[in-house]
Design a protein around this ligand. Structure first.
Ligand code: BGC
Length: 374
């Protein structure tokens, strides 16, 4: 009995001790302290801390094959240096591995922000995630970066709207210069790796498809899909070769009245091909307001282009970099778009259609292009 009593007392004592032990962690005072610490203003999150005014800023451009990228290359160098930053500006000659290596070396060189115009919108996830993990801000430039969370925003001219304007310009030009219709047309798209290219095409087709459906427009080749219309790597020579074979295959006894062209280089390739095939110059859309095209529009050889001034695009990007440097974080975007992994903030600039009619007005503040209009 005595033994039983002793045992009972011991069991109760152990129970009290165990219960007591169990309580201790429940108090979790240190956790409360931790929460308070992270809320104190002396400990700002890294994203809000800003960085030195003479920091390295990396700019990874896809290629210099169209005038807009060559302009961006020069403007980023001069404007970033003028703003006090150390600029590393490189282009990748349209090669994905080259661009990946360039971004990696920008990370190793201590860049605080990396601006990227991707060669291929969906091939940079790995290297950009590395950069983001190192606390670097990543800004898409002119093109969306897809399938990664390692992107803080994109500065670009609205790509669907650009396509809509291209479709509208083609219709307006046909009505103004090619009689009553129906009109024979063909469709060209840009490089399929560039996320802008399917968007330009999609925007244009919102305008053109109803006119194809009601018979106003006839795509004589029947090549209506983006995949059939796309131009690998935005290569003008490939566009010209496709136009040559469309004309010899489908237009030996027909006139071509118009061609949807996603940029100026492709428009000039299409116009050249048409001339060589003995066709009258078709109405075309375009993009970039390249110098050669500005001259062609002024001379009546190309119907339209779209101005998306590089100066505006670069200046907007640098404004964002300055906000980040000052510790103000990314400014509020104009809209967002789904890149396959997240809703990305877009700083959207308005594209402008240019024809011979408004060309002087459009470039009133661009002395270089005004010089071509004499
Ligand atoms: C740009 C165009 C350019 C094309 C080919 C696109 O992403 O928006 O301005 O003509 O790439 O370089």
């Amino acid at each position: 009995m005595k033994k039983l009593l002793t045992l009972l007392i011991m069991v109760s004592l152990i129970t009290v001790m165990v219960a007591g032990c169990g309580k201790t962690p429940e108090r979790v005072e240190p956790e409360t302290t931790e929460t308070e610490t992270s809320e104190t203003p002396e400990a700002p999150a890294t994203a809000e801390a800003g960085f030195a005014a003479d920091s390295v800023i990396g700019v990874a451009l896809p290629w210099l094959g169209t005038q807009n990228w060559a302009e961006a290359d020069e403007m980023f160098k001069s404007k970033l240096e003028a703003a006090g930053f150390e600029a590393i500006v490189q282009h990748a000659d349209n090669k994905v591995p080259t661009q990946q290596q360039q971004i990696e070396s920008m990370v190793q060189n201590g860049a605080k922000v990396i601006v990227v115009g991707p060669v291929d919108g969906s091939q940079l996830g790995g290297v950009l995630e590395e950069a983001a993990a190192a606390g670097i801000f990543i800004i898409g430039y002119d093109r969306l970066i897809e399938n990664t969370t390692a992107i803080d925003g994109v500065v670009q001219f609205d790509s669907i709207k650009t396509g809509v304007l291209q479709g509208e310009a083609l219709l307006a030009g046909l009505a103004a210069q090619k009689g009553e219709g129906p009109y024979n047309i063909e469709l060209f798209g840009g490089g399929p790796a560039d996320p802008n290219a399917p968007n330009f095409f999609k925007g244009a087709m919102t305008v053109l498809q109803p006119k194809i459906d009601d018979g106003t427009l006839v795509v004589v080749s029947g090549q209506l899909d983006f995949t059939q219309a796309a131009t690998l790597d935005w290569d003008n020579a490939k566009a010209q070769a496709r136009m040559d074979s469309l004309l010899s295959g489908f237009y030996s006894d027909k006139e071509i009245h118009g061609v949807l062209c996603p940029n100026d280089g492709i428009a000039r390739a299409v116009i050249t091909s048409s001339g060589q095939a003995g066709q009258e110059t078709p109405i075309t859309s375009g993009l970039d307001a390249e110098n050669e095209t500005v001259t062609w529009i002024w001379e009546g050889r190309q119907y339209s282009t779209i101005a998306k001034p590089t100066d505006t695009l670069v200046s907007k990007t640098i404004e964002i970099i300055k906000a980040l440097q000052a510790g103000n974080g990314m400014p509020a975007p104009d809209e967002t778009t789904d890149n396959g992994m997240k809703e990305v903030g877009i700083y959207a600039l308005p594209p402008l259609v240019v024809t011979k009619e408004n060309i002087k007005e459009a470039f009133a503040n661009d002395p270089g292009r005004m010089e071509l209009l004499k």
